[in-house]
Design a protein around this ligand. Structure first.
Ligand SMILES: [Fe+2]
Ligand SMILES: [Fe+2]
Length: 193
């Protein structure tokens, strides 16, 4: 799925569903961070008009997802907790290239975003197929479709705007790294946990 090397064990969905308040809080902040990432990409690369337009749409959509998750939290009688630390994303940040040319850092930031979208999409799929709460399963199915679209957008911009990066080669490196990284996850009630 989306080139991912390792798919999530469906039993992770049971761990998630056993602590809905926690996974929903974690999820809400994942959406906020996705919006923030899109905004940062816009601010740093404003010369690309199509990127500004499309990532503005993505930033808005991510905040709509945030809004939807917060509404679910309220409806279920939970409280939105503080932002959760995302160790998985922290490891991806370490892997991303920040030195080298401006173009190298830009392209890697797009691939970093595509990587998180791909895994989030896969996790939403696992939730949509395995949780017992029908309404929530439908919600996660819709998000899965949306994040798959974001994944494609980020990857396409990397291919379009590369100057000195072999995007296919670098994307393979991302998939290999993530495939190994994800082995130590899948046991916590967090979207990337
Ligand atoms: Fe989202
Ligand atoms: Fe997304």
């Amino acid at each position: 799925m989306l080139g991912l090397k390792l798919l999530t064990d469906p039993r992770w969905a049971n761990i998630a569903e056993a602590n809905l308040a926690e996974i929903l809080t974690d999820h809400a902040w994942c959406e906020q961070k996705a919006a923030t990432n899109a905004i940062t990409l816009i601010a740093n690369n404003s010369e690309h008009h199509d990127l500004v337009e499309e990532l503005t749409a993505i930033a808005i959509e991510e905040m709509e997802h945030f809004q939807q998750v917060v509404a679910i939290i309220k409806k279920k009688g939970y409280v939105l907790g503080r932002e959760r630390k995302d160790d998985y994303v922290g490891q991806l940040v370490k892997f991303s290239k920040k030195d080298g040319s401006r173009n190298t850092a830009f392209i890697d930031r797009l691939l970093f975003a595509a990587m998180i979208e791909a895994r989030s999409c896969e996790r939403f799929r696992v939730l949509s197929l395995n949780i017992k709460d029908k309404e929530l399963a439908k919600f996660y199915h819709e998000l899965m479709v949306s994040e798959a679209g974001h994944y494609t957008t980020f990857l396409n911009f990397a291919r379009k705007y590369t100057i000195d990066v072999d995007v296919d080669k670098r994307w393979k490196e991302w998939l290999d790294f993530e495939g190994k990284l994800i082995r130590s996850f899948g046991n916590k009630e967090a979207i990337h946990g």
